[in-house]
Design a protein around this ligand. Structure first.
Ligand SMILES: [Zn+2]
Length: 458
């Protein structure tokens, strides 16, 4: 059955990926960067793109390796802003610089440097490769770049890198918290897989077996040693890095982020769109996704305790909002214009009429006993996920990333409206169970008790 596939090798995953042709992963592979470059781009000159930190962590060594092999390598392009983030004007800056020569960019860094280089290279009509300096997210090998444009984070379409060099000595030495962040992004594939199982079972989004096997095949092994990741153990970090790279290859193969992201990412997207900052900066992608993962796992714990085979379908249909009521609910929930516009578009796209809802819920009633078993096999209970995140050194309480419990509670409904992708949030809403589940989760016996209703504050 789809949820217990064989582990897929990197070579097989690479052959399924559409853009990336080479992954060099291991201890001490930094020196092989010129060889990988040659294999991918022949005799073209190289241009390293780094910031001052990543230049010190790996860039200088890569530049030196190019020099030793006698290959043409321009003076590196260095971003010097100490508070560097992936903003559009930096893409333009790099793109302009690239247009002055024909060198192939070698991004040396993690999320920000990779995203900036990915988009600028594409716009300059050039491929690129990346030298990873931390296992901080799965975006290295994903297509598309997440860039802040006109004040909001947007995903721009562009190909993934042609090649990746991931030296475990460099990645093990990454700054505090970065690999923990990547671990949380990888752990998110557990509930994300459950969301896909749900959508598949209801006939709404068929599982792509190859992409599923790439992401889920080795996932349990890849997340098995969070304390090892925290302690910079090479084998644990290798498993983590490989898992993150595989996530990107699966997205390239399926041309969809569904394979690696579900409702837990919708929490993170929501907080991004709300420009959430804590202590002066945006919490890392992985840390937001980690809290989203616990939020969705809590919801699944609740849903799995219910007998949905006995669901009162007629009652659910009677409670189901009309399209107009749905729009009014969205307008009441979002005050920020740009977020409201996205929520209106996405919620319209996934609204169904009561008759269609009835059909879906009848199917759900029929398949629930079997589906529940498959979801249980896929999922890890919230309390265990929390222990894993704690062991890796990632936040486990929303307050640790500046999200109050009341705001977390409100985020469930907002996240539901923000994306058309069918997830546990949709299942709970369609069954009329989101509010009861939230009451349980944020009640006195739940994981996030909020006290008396009148003391709640968002
Ligand atoms: Zn992610």
């Amino acid at each position: 059955m789809s949820e217990s596939p064989q582990r897929i090798s990197i070579t097989e995953a690479l052959s399924a990926a559409q853009d990336t042709r080479c992954l060099e992963l291991g201890s001490g592979v930094l020196n092989r960067t010129p060889e990988v470059f040659q294999q991918l781009f022949g005799d073209k000159p190289a241009l390293l793109v780094a910031d001052t930190n990543t230049l010190a962590a790996a860039g200088q060594a890569v530049q030196e390796a190019f020099r030793r092999t006698g290959r043409a390598c321009r003076e590196p392009f260095i971003f010097t802003d100490p508070k560097l983030y992936a903003e559009h004007k930096l893409v333009t800056e790099l793109e302009e610089a690239l247009k002055g020569h024909d060198a192939i960019p070698v991004a040396v860094g993690s999320g920000t440097i990779n995203d900036l280089t990915k988009l600028a290279s594409h716009r300059a009509g050039r491929p690129y490769m990346v030298v990873a300096t931390a296992a901080s997210m799965d975006g290295y090998t994903a297509y598309g770049a997440s860039i802040t444009y006109q004040g909001s984070k947007q995903t721009f379409s562009c190909p993934a890198p042609a090649g990746v060099v991931a030296d475990l000595e460099v990645i093990c030495a990454a700054p505090e918290g970065m690999n923990a962040s990547g671990y949380a992004d990888l752990l998110a594939k557990v509930p994300a897989g459950a969301d896909w199982l749900l959508a598949d079972a209801l006939g709404l989004d068929t599982i792509d077996q190859t992409a599923w096997a790439i992401v889920q095949g080795g996932l349990r092994a890849a997340v098995a040693d969070p304390a090892g990741v925290r302690d910079r153990n090479v084998e644990a970090v290798r498993q983590l890095t490989e898992g993150l790279m595989l996530g990107g290859f699966a997205m390239q193969s399926a041309r969809s982020s569904r394979v690696a992201s579900g409702a837990e990412h919708q929490f993170s997207h929501l907080w991004d769109m709300q420009h959430h900052v804590y202590k002066g900066r945006a919490p890392s992608h992985g840390f937001k996704v980690g809290i989203g993962t616990l939020a969705v796992a809590g919801l699944y714990d609740d849903l799995l305790s219910r007998k949905l085979e006995d669901l009162d379908v007629a009652d659910c249909c009677a409670q189901w909002p009309s399209e107009g009521e749905c729009e009014r609910a969205v307008r009441a929930l979002f005050r920020q214009e740009d977020v409201l516009a996205v929520a209106l578009k996405e919620s319209r796209a996934k609204w169904v009429d009561a008759a269609a809802l009835g059909g879906q819920l009848e199917t759900l009633r029929r398949i629930w006993p079997d589906l529940k078993g498959r979801l249980r096999e896929q999922l890890i209970p919230r309390s265990e996920l929390k222990a894993m995140l704690l062991a890796v050194g990632a936040p486990v309480e929303p307050q640790q990333i500046g999200i109050s419990r009341a705001r977390l509670r409100a985020s469930y409904e907002q996240a539901y409206y923000l994306r058309r992708r069918f997830t546990a949030l949709d299942l709970a809403t369609r069954c009329g169970l989101l509010e009861p589940a939230l009451d349980a989760m944020f009640g006195p016996d739940g994981p996030w008790p909020m006290g008396r209703p009148w003391s709640r504050k968002i």
